[in-house]
Design a protein around this ligand. Sequence first.
Ligand code: PEP
Ligand code: MN
Length: 372
Amino acid sequence: MILILKNGATNEQIDHVLARVESMGLQSHLSRGTYRTIIGLIGDESQLSQETLSSIPGVSQVIPVLPPFKLASREAHPESSIINVSGVQIGGGHLAMIAGPCSVEDRDRMYRIAESVCESGANLFRGGAYKPRTSPYAFQGLGEAGLEILRQVGDKFGIPVVTEVTDPRNVELVAQYADMLQVGARNMQNFVLLTEVGKSHRPVLLKRGMSATITDLLMSAEYVLSEGNPDVVLCERGIKSFDPSTRNLFDVAAVPVVQGLTHLPIIVDPSHATGRPDLIPPCALAGLAAGADGVHIEVHDCPEEAKSDGPQALLPEQYQEIAQRMRLMADLLGKTVSPRPSPTSGSSAGSGAPSGASNSNLPPKPPTEALA
Ligand code: PEP
Ligand code: MN
């Protein structure tokens, strides 16, 4: 870190700053200018708090040299990470195509939607069983029954599934059914939840909060990484803006900004970013053109009957068309859409992890203490 002292800092203050940083185990390098004195700190800065240093008398500014998201930073890990979600690779030139309805609904409907998006080439199926809704009166999701349906769909079509976990107490339960855990925009800074998904052994899809800066997003990823879970995929899903023309503001520049700062993959979600089916295809392509490692799109076979987010859902045939264009874009960019794992080789939550359940079977019920 670099400390810039206040104009007119006294010799006593300078000596005090030097003594304080020395007591913190750091070496210092003093540079006295005509107007300003600067102190460079050398040593392990990881334990230092910017706040503590700023409150030493005579210190005007503390400038960190390294980013505060140490594990997520590209400095720490120059190569782009490739995250493996039960056989589907994301990052480093491998694209995720995540599709499915906003909420998990009845089984037949889920089968229909999954069949269509699989035919269009999606490699991850999504659907929320626990829905974070603005209104307590709105549909809250099917809960564990929804997780069961999602798992059955994943096993039937050989497609890994991603679903949101909203409550730290449910992480173990959701991880028994899902191949990937989604932390939604509203929970991006739920630090207890981040810590819990960090302890789980499932890859995490971390969505950017609607009022979160890119540093906030990367600090949230750091929570997960620092708990020992290295498998985090970030998602740009639009941020709040003053303009009601779109549901959120699609921050496409966030994609290359994030990629410059971190080795973690980042995908885009034009469904929640725009809230408008007509804007999803161009924004999906814009996201890929900006370098995104995948695209997340909500699809429903009858949007007017959807339990949530119907107005922004693409119909299966609309998804088929944009999926085709995304594949052309991938070719152009020299990237590949990761194929779905063959049903027998997958290591999905249903086919592998919990005590070797077969592909067509549900995972065993979690022990009750897992639910506590
Ligand atoms: C969702 O994926 O359905 C969802 C609620 O997303 P977000 O957290 O981005 O609003
Ligand atoms: Mn949704």
